[in-house]
Design a protein around this ligand. Sequence first.
Ligand SMILES: O=C(O)C1=C[C@@H](OP(=O)(O)O)[C@@H](O)[C@H](O)C1
Ligand SMILES: C=C(OP(=O)(O)O)C(=O)O
Length: 422
Amino acid sequence: MIASVERSQVSGEVAVPPSKSYTHRAITISALGPGGSVKRPLLSADTRATIAAAEALGAEIAIEGETLAVAGVGGRPKTPDNVIDVENSGTTLRIMAAVAALTDGAVLTGDASIRGRPNGPLLKSLNDLGGEAFSIKRNDCAPLVVRGKIRGGRTVLDGRVSSQFLSALLISCPLAEDEAEIVIDGELKSRPYAEITLEMLEEAGGKVETDFERFFIQGGQRYHLEEYTVPGDFSSASYLLAAAAVTGSRLMVRGLRPSRQGDSAIVSILRDMGAKISWDQEKGDLVIEGGDLEGVEVDASLTPDLVPTIAVLGSLARGKTVVKNAEHVRHKETDRLSAMAMELSKMGADIEERPDGLVIEGGRLEGAIVSGHHDHRIVMALTVAGLAAGDTRIDTAESVSVSYPSFFEDMARIGCLVEVGG
Ligand SMILES: O=C(O)C1=C[C@@H](OP(=O)(O)O)[C@@H](O)[C@H](O)C1
Ligand SMILES: C=C(OP(=O)(O)O)C(=O)O
């Protein structure tokens, strides 16, 4: 589908969708215990893939209005009858591969993007912990074959590629028989996502001891996540906030309470760039007023999903914006450093791709025909660019369903001139 965006202002108020990362974890951890209810979950393509995978592993999950009623497996996931298709969701692939390593085994695969994303460190660790796991094509990518059962033991995990490998092991190891020790090699990228995993495990009674270099996990644990309400998503919020910032508009964004989500850094990044922000943290209401923006330097190690948004903000700000420490942003739905450099260049941006980031000399953007690369975050970021530039067409717009299915409806409701069709 093509999204056509015209120059426009935004106004009024909008509520952010629920967090994708918390929803994945709430479903999985609830499904691994006796079950319970997950309230206000994000229902998107990625989280539906997690629901389907949890069902394949023996849980029963019913969507009842704004709640998921989960009947769990009580610590013993069952061997799936069929291949698990995670579609476009890296989080689902990594977490469910480790959960499948508690069963007799499974085959996991997904769409073309998933079949190009790396899993080497996770496969190594599952083998170190007593399981058997390999990539059919021997390229570390899906299709993956996982055979049980991990028992425990010690493994060294490369932290530089994705935190999802660690999150996956943190969720599965407590249910294995013996104690496990995970030692992180190199800088742990995207650490806040591992912190979200630990927070959710703690909610469910799971215990992990760590100084973030080593993780000690007792075996034979059980989870119980009786009821959990999913918080708002700061990565999704970044597009709404950026839309106000680049168009000089005033917007109230609701559903944003302080959170472990690393992407809550979007608030301080926008402040640093010169946007006026007032935030009632208790209510979760944030009011932003855009205007002239200044370039910033951002270390994206902890916040990879903000990079497309920051690239657009930097292209429209005065002066230089530098994004660094973002090598891992190349291993997402697409290589997002290369995709953003390519597409924003078509809109007239002065943007240079570096091995670990982007250097942008801000200025104006012009309308153009651009590609969303089948990547939800590229599509949403380019929509924001189109709001400032006008006359912009973005292909593969349907991919917003991965994390923010009502994105275009929400944008239209706050005044964005956008039409989706074809
Ligand atoms: O665990 C998670 O929920 C996620 C972890 C991050 O990935 P990496 O750890 O691979 O950087 C992030 O980019 C992704 O959108 C969601
Ligand atoms: C990279 C993302 O998710 P995942 O890794 O789950 O595909 C994302 O949502 O930007």
